[in-house]
Design a protein around this ligand. Structure first.
Ligand SMILES: *[C@@H]1O[C@H](CO)[C@@H](O)[C@H](O)[C@H]1NC(C)=O
Ligand SMILES: *[C@@H]1O[C@H](CO)[C@@H](O)[C@H](O)[C@H]1NC(C)=O
Ligand SMILES: *[C@@H]1O[C@H](CO)[C@@H](O)[C@H](O)[C@H]1NC(C)=O
Ligand SMILES: *[C@@H]1O[C@H](CO)[C@@H](O)[C@H](O)[C@H]1NC(C)=O
Ligand SMILES: *[C@@H]1O[C@H](CO)[C@@H](O)[C@H](O)[C@H]1NC(C)=O
Ligand SMILES: *[C@@H]1O[C@H](CO)[C@@H](O)[C@H](O)[C@H]1NC(C)=O
Ligand SMILES: *[C@@H]1O[C@H](CO)[C@@H](O)[C@H](O)[C@H]1NC(C)=O
Ligand SMILES: *[C@@H]1O[C@H](CO)[C@@H](O)[C@H](O)[C@H]1NC(C)=O
Ligand SMILES: *[C@@H]1O[C@H](CO)[C@@H](O)[C@H](O)[C@H]1NC(C)=O
Ligand SMILES: CC(=O)N[C@H]1CO[C@H](CO)[C@@H](O)[C@@H]1O
Length: 842
């Protein structure tokens, strides 16, 4: 590349205001000097003084403060903030911080080493001295609207996470940029920012352990992973604001990092049992009669349907809290929901954040009375475009918004005879996606945002920033940071700016919806599905992977997305639009996707209005694949529910990559077409277009074919499985596991819960096995003592079940099956009740 082209590119990227700041090349930036270092048993503080002005994109902040806390044995907190504490920090009410247990530095698994001049720091693993993070790679830059921090990394490091993206699971290590700016992203374009922001990465160093690095920041940013011309590997944060609020997580086992991360951002919500059933949606269903036919046709095809969804079609003129009086009239909707409920099926509908700006629309009027909307400069409501047309936007940080939102949900989704008695809510378009692509779409009518306050106050953001066109431009695929979303110069009710809170909008909407649902059915676990996410959203909501296409490429992408969300973003309840959202689903692909979806936690078929219908009964082969895989899923429902319970209790991943289980096996590090569902099942779908064979990796261990129970000795190599019918998906049970299964499947999860168990013992290489079964009522937020956690063990000759038996049930263990052995599986028949421990020699 020629020099002139390089400069031109820079100018284009930086915009016109950047010309003068280009005069200060990066190399001249001298960073900070640490002074007044004060070290206690469990903390270190220091002042950081600017060495010389850098002024790369905006003015430097002269005085910073460093706070290092040994919060737990495995968690080190490093905060670099402005000494005056004006720079925005994510509100505690949006993301409550974990408590600091003040452990002694000497006992912590991670060490902090300070270099005073120029200031840099290292984080090392105490047990080995291994350097995990080292910011001496480049001087710290901390400006009003640009913050840069670079860490050295081992060459070609094994890095994962940094969602939401559709890129390789093991991240590229050269010339790779991840941008964080929540955006509606149809077709989930590779290499671009998508709907959510999770600035946490896992760094896997093989036998030397795995650690995690979480930057608690909602700011727009680019994270560059690259090598210098000299070949030095680095990862570099480039943010347009916020502070550097790092949590270093020691692991050292990969799943330990998942748990430590969940401790920081909050444990995931426990899902209601029914949400693990199969679900169907489509945008463009024309009327309630058609929807009732879908339900009937699922039944006629003997494919269990648990949850029916309503996309925006059900609304009147796309207004929230309304039904279309012609095609989806309320009485007919109510009888649809009543008949679903009578059959133990469920109904969930969509809500959008854009509230129609129509003076006689009661929801708008009541919101206005509560001052629940974002405001423009002249005090009028800030407006934009969403499905309903010209809309105003809830300000989730305003004092009256939660009450207004809860009241709307209580009234419209009234659980008595007057309302639409839904079982969950779906928050869409919450990035927030604004169909006003630029600043003039409302017929050019001026709609300026309110002036930012001259002194917003502590942690609420620096005043006098260019909130519209910051000089450092992140690589948002939508263009400017205000493009196709809310203007970033809008002031929220708590005096923070959209510039700083943009990435929190969806998580706040999901959280407000969760709160409303809890008020509506007190004590019952709410179910919220959100498109836009941020670190910690799993505390309140589930997520689907957005609007992609009915293509084999996107079928494969779901596996990478599942792995990242479930194992690294503390969001266990995730899945894709089965058979793809955009475009025409092809028969064989849809059959494969039905089976793949059956082994991912959130399992919903959904398609766009422009896409042909793709319900699973539409093709015989797809129906057969669905029946077979849903039958298996439902027999495994309590195994899956137990995995969700583990996730909710301690952050254990509901699904994870092979290297979590075989961290020393380098051949697993890049595997992104297989996953472990829970601890025992390895799922290895056919992944090539239209193929009937799959090359799957089987680690050096004992495995059992889930369908035939045949033992398979993995050698730590790939094996080819040929002739995989369109209806099938290869699944293996890991030796050493015990898997509780229902004896039979049923048409709804409520019926599944009445079936007895068979317990499948899959002995490992050493001949032993263990497993666990969690049981409760499936819906209470607080189950009190009414839960069971039954540990199963097999020592080679004896089977035992013990643990906690608080959940009362008539369901029994009918049989115990031990796989392997020369004579094939051996079965012992009970029954054994689930009210107390039992055991026997086989
Ligand atoms: C940076 O520039 C400001 C404004 O010109 C000046 O007041 C300050 O002393 C400079 N700081 C350093 C460390 O050079
Ligand atoms: C840890 O120390 C901080 C600062 O001294 C204190 O505010 C906090 O209460 C302590 N936490 C615990 C759990 O002791
Ligand atoms: C990676 O480094 C190369 C060489 O310095 C540079 O040309 C490229 O722009 C960098 N890419 C990113 C994403 O930082
Ligand atoms: C339901 O099945 C009937 C009979 O096959 C068919 O005529 C109808 O179009 C189907 N409707 C839907 C919505 O699938
Ligand atoms: C729900 O409907 C019942 C019966 O009409 C009514 O008494 C109640 O006030 C309604 N609840 C809300 C929150 O609107
Ligand atoms: C926010 O930006 C828009 C678009 O440039 C402009 O019309 C409006 O006046 C700005 N508001 C403030 C307070 O700067
Ligand atoms: C219906 O909603 C009210 C609150 O509006 C709640 O007190 C009641 O328990 C709910 N009933 C059911 C069956 O969910
Ligand atoms: C589900 O219902 C269909 C028809 O209603 C029936 O044929 C099928 O046997 C049922 N399946 C199970 C597992 O109960
Ligand atoms: C479960 O097993 C018990 C004891 O053998 C039996 O009485 C009961 O009918 C079984 N339940 C079902 C749904 O098969
Ligand atoms: C991750 C992925 O494969 N994304 C694809 C989604 O669909 C668009 C359009 O077909 C492709 O361009 C992307 O590559």
């Amino acid at each position: 590349m020629s020099l002139s082209l390089h400069v031109l590119t820079l100018l284009a990227v930086l915009g016109t205001t950047a010309v003068q700041v280009l005069a200060a090349p990066l190399a001249q930036c001298a960073g900070y000097q640490a002074t007044n270092v004060l070290q206690g048993d469990s903390y270190l503080v220091a002042d950081l003084a600017l060495a010389s002005n850098c002024s790369l994109y905006s003015q430097d902040i002269p005085n910073l403060r460093l706070l290092v806390e040994y919060q737990t044995e495995t968690r080190l907190h490093v905060l670099i903030e402005d000494a005056d504490r004006n720079v925005f920090q994510v509100q505690e009410r949006v993301l409550p911080r974990p408590s600091n247990q003040n452990v002694s530095a000497a006992s912590a698994a991670l060490r902090f080493n300070l270099v005073k001049s120029p200031f840099s720091f290292q984080v090392t693993r105490a047990s080995t001295g291994e350097v995990l993070f080292d910011t001496s790679a480049a001087p710290l830059i901390f400006e009003w609207q640009y913050v840069r921090l670079r860490t050295r990394l081992p060459k070609n490091a094994n890095l994962y996470g940094l969602g939401e993206h559709s890129d390789d699971f093991r991240l590229p290590t050269t010339n790779y940029r991840r941008t964080f700016w929540n955006a509606e992203s149809p077709f989930i374009p590779p290499g671009q920012n998508l709907y959510g922001s999770h600035p946490v990465y896992f760094d896997h160093r093989g036998q030397a352990g795995t650690h995690g690095v979480f930057l608690l920041s909602a700011s727009g940013m680019d994270i560059n992973i690259n090598q210098t011309d000299a070949g030095d590997q680095y990862l570099e944060y480039n943010t347009i604001g916020g502070v550097l609020d790092f949590y270093f997580l020691a692991g050292p086992e990969p799943a330990a990092v998942s748990k430590q991360y969940a401790q920081v951002v909050g444990l995931p919500a426990m899902v209601p049992y029914w949400t693990l059933g199969f679900q169907q949606c489509k945008y463009g269903w024309p009327n309630v009669e058609h929807v009732a036919q879908v339900v009937a046709n699922y039944s006629a095809a003997a494919i269990p349907l648990e949850v029916l969804w309503g996309d925006i079609d059900y609304m009147n003129a796309h207004e929230d809290f309304s039904v279309d009086p012609t095609n989806f009239p309320l009485p007919k909707m109510q009888s649809l929901v009543a008949s679903l409920h009578a059959n133990s099926q469920r109904y969930v509908v969509i809500l959008d954040p854009g509230i129609h700006y129509r003076p006689d629309y009661a929801t708008f009027q009541r919101g206005a009375q509560h001052s629940a909307f974002l405001k423009a400069a002249d005090g009028s409501w800030y407006r934009g475009l969403q499905w309903a047309g010209e809309v105003v936007w809830p300000d989730w940080l305003a004092a009256g918004t939660q009450d207004w939102w809860t009241d709307e949900i209580l009234a419209f989704f009234n659980n008595s005879t007057t309302g639409l008695d839904v079982d969950g809510l779906w928050t869409d378009m919450d990035e927030a996606s604004n169909m006003c692509g630029d600043t003039t779409c409302l017929n050019g009518s001026p709609n300026p945002a309110q002036s930012p306050p001259s002194n917003p106050g502590p942690l609420k953001g620096l005043p006098d920033r260019d909130l519209f066109h910051p000089s450092y431009r992140i690589a948002n695929h939508r263009g400017d940071i205000s493009a196709s979303t809310l203007y970033t110069n809008i002031t929220n009710a708590d005096l923070t700016s959209q510039y700083d809170t943009h990435n929190l909008y969806g998580t706040m909407m999901a959280s407000a919806t969760y709160t409303a649902l809890l008020a509506r059915r007190p004590g019952i676990r709410p179910f919220v599905l959100t498109r836009s996410t941020f670190a910690g959203t799993g505390r309140r909501a589930a997520h689907w992977f957005g609007d992609n296409a009915s293509t084999w490429a996107d079928y494969r992408a779901t596996i990478r997305q599942l792995l990242a969300f479930a194992s690294m973003h503390a969001m266990p309840m995730v899945g894709s639009d089965v058979c793809g959202f955009n475009g025409a689903a092809q028969e064989h692909m849809c059959a494969r996707w039905a089976a793949l979806g059956a082994f991912q936690p959130f399992f919903r078929n959904h398609a766009d209005i422009s896409a042909p219908s793709q319900e699973l009964y539409r093709w015989p082969v797809v129906a057969a694949a669905a029946r077979k895989s849903i039958d298996a899923r439902y027999r495994l429902l309590d195994y899956l529910y137990t995995a969700m319970r583990c996730a909710a209790r301690d952050g254990s991943p509901s699904a994870k990559p092979l290297w979590f289980v075989y961290p020393g096996d380098v051949d697993t590090y890049a595997v992104q077409t297989q996953w472990m569902l829970g601890d025992a099942l390895l799922v290895s779908p056919v992944v090539d277009d239209d193929a009937q064979s799959v090359r799957l990796y089987l680690p050096d261990d004992l495995w059992y074919d889930f369908w035939t129970w045949e033992a398979v000795r993995g050698t730590g190599g790939s094996v080819t499985v040929d002739g995989v019918p369109w209806t099938d998906i290869p699944v293996h049970i890991r030796g050493g596991s015990i898997v509780p299964m229902r004896v039979r499947s049923a048409n709804t999860t409520a019926l599944v819960r009445r079936e007895n168990f068979t317990v499948v013992v899959a002995p490992g290489v050493d001949g032993t096995a263990r497993g666990v079964l969690y049981l409760d009522d499936g819906e209470s937020v607080d189950v009190g003592d009414a839960w069971s956690e039954i540990g199963f063990s097999w020592d080679g000759a004896r089977f035992d079940a013990g643990g906690v038996f608080g959940y009362r049930t008539d369901v029994v263990v009918e049989s115990v099956v031990v796989l392997g052995g020369s004579g094939g599986p051996r079965t012992k028949t009970g029954p054994w009740g689930l009210g107390g421990e039992f055991g026997f020699v086989f």
